[in-house]
Ligand binder design. Structure first.
Ligand code: SDX
Length: 416
């Protein structure tokens, strides 16, 4: 640093930091997390191992994985947050708005939980209710100040609480919006299985658990995409991690980013039959529309995540005839788009094109596909925050000013 780079609109080509967490090679179609290829991680590891890897730069030993899973299990229990969430009319909110609300409620609970913990540890507290730093009276008599996320260990622990808590919030949102009670997390289930259980109320089959685990691995990290960057920008102002994650959730909600997977399934359902694909595509091109689930700012090759999701979708629809037609429509769209924009414009399927078919085959409604994306990507968001905060530099890009200069000020009485 400083580094020369050619920057286009929307920060295209801009290098905002160096990182070891994730590498996206757009021309070769590679995705690497902390040096490990995504294909190896999907084949041999779990979302818990990958989350640990993103934070610590190495795959966990058996003991490290056990204690990490114990922490996530502990932090999945956020009954006060879920009770508060239930007091809102979340059935009238979009799922992603409910997820954002849940992350804010978790933040409030956490600062109170710290108070409870500190109260247990240190006795009387003269905490200033509004601030999140507390003057505490430790038993030893010396005064200390407990600064929320005051050092990296605290920050990483808060990130673990975000990761674990958001999966419980996700489960509660699905249940509460369906008019059911939210379920307690099952300590005997791993992250992926527990997420499916808390959403559906049913313990998943080993195949369903493995499929969800792979989906969570695939969505966990992708360099400095819009939602990761939004999270980092807010964190770079030294705002707390929950507010930073709230910014990531807001950015991911957009249909050009995480919201595309839901749009893809809606499109496949609207088309209804393979015979309708050609007229549908012709109309979309005439209207200069975007094919949801295709194209990418970085990948000018096939998205490696789609290379894993497509065969998974194909496998999962095998015994679901009603989904077979949806898969066939998707393949037909892929053929149309590849013939039209593949080689010339390097427009290929991205992570969102087949993920919806996979989730639908697990019985999940399309309105929850983007929230599930957030439940996974929170690992990448928070790992990048921990890595970036070491640089201690607020994000403050510039713009080229193309407006007027030195306009004469006209008093309002004289304006037309
Ligand atoms: C994700 O950044 C990440 O890493 C994101 C993500 C992650 O893991 O975090 O990978 C997740 O967001 C995947 C993308 C999900 N969104 C969609 O599938 C929505 C449809 N895709 C397009 O909106 C678009 O491809 C974007 C938004 C994904 C990328 O936009 P860019 O960077 O402008 O794409 P580009 O420069 O390659 O496009 C050049 C041209 C376009 O020109 P414009 O109309 O934008 O001026 O290529 C054409 C279009 O003419 N084009 C498309 C297209 N994508 C590009 N034409 C039709 N359909 C498309 N999908």
């Amino acid at each position: 640093w400083p580094m020369n780079c050619t920057i286009g609109p929307g920060l295209e080509g801009a290098i905002v930091c160096d990182t070891k967490i994730g590498y996206v090679n757009g021309s070769k179609g590679w995705l690497i997390y902390q040096g490990y290829d995504i294909f190896d991680l999907c084949a041999y590891s779990s979302f818990e191992e990958v989350s640990y890897l993103l934070f610590h730069g190495k795959l966990p030993s058996k003991d490290e994985l056990v204690s990490f899973k114990q922490k996530l299990n502990l932090y999945r229990n956020i009954p006060q947050t879920i009770r508060q969430l239930d007091s809102f009319n979340i059935e009238e909110m979009s799922p992603m708005a409910s997820v954002r609300l849940g992350s804010e409620l978790m933040r409030q609970q956490l600062s109170h939980r710290i108070e409870e913990q500190v109260q247990l540890l240190y006795g009387g507290i003269s905490a200033d209710e509004d601030s999140i730093s507390m003057e505490i009276e430790p038993t030893g008599g010396e005064r200390a100040t407990y600064e929320f996320e005051s050092d990296e260990e605290e920050l990483v622990d808060s990130c673990y609480q975000c990761i674990a808590g958001l999966s419980s919030i996700m489960g509660a949102i699905v249940r509460l919006r369906a008019g059911h009670l939210a379920l307690e997390p099952d300590p005997n289930l791993g992250f992926a299985a527990n997420l499916l259980y808390m959403m559906s109320g049913k313990k998943p089959t080993p195949l369903e658990e493995r499929v969800m685990d792979i989906c969570l691995i695939l969505h966990a990290e992708h360099g400095i995409n819009a939602s990761t960057f939004a999270t980092m920008v807010v964190a770079s102002t030294l705002s707390d991690i929950y507010s930073s994650v709230g910014a990531g959730i807001a950015a991911l909600s957009g249909p050009l980013h995480g919201g595309a997977n839901e749009e893809v399934v809606k499109t496949l359902e609207e088309i209804k039959s393979v015979d309708n694909v050609k007229p549908w595509y012709k109309k979309l091109k005439e209207e200069n529309g975007k094919v949801m689930g295709f194209g990418h700012r970085v990948y000018k090759a096939y998205d490696p995540r789609a290379r894993i999701l497509e065969p998974m979708a194909k496998l999962l629809v095998n015994d679901k005839p009603q989904m077979q037609e949806m898969y066939n429509i998707a393949k037909s769209i892929e053929t149309e788009v590849q013939e039209d924009m593949g080689q010339e414009q390097k427009i290929f399927p991205n992570v969102d094109f087949y993920s919806g078919i996979v989730y639908k085959s697990l019985g999940i409604d399309s309105e929850y596909y983007t929230p599930i994306f957030a439940v996974s990507r929170i690992s990448g968001w928070t790992a990048h925050v921990v890595e970036y905060l070491k640089k201690n530099r607020i994000f403050r890009p510039r713009a080229i000013y193309v407006g007027d200069y030195l306009n004469e000020f006209i008093p309002i009485e004289e304006r037309e």
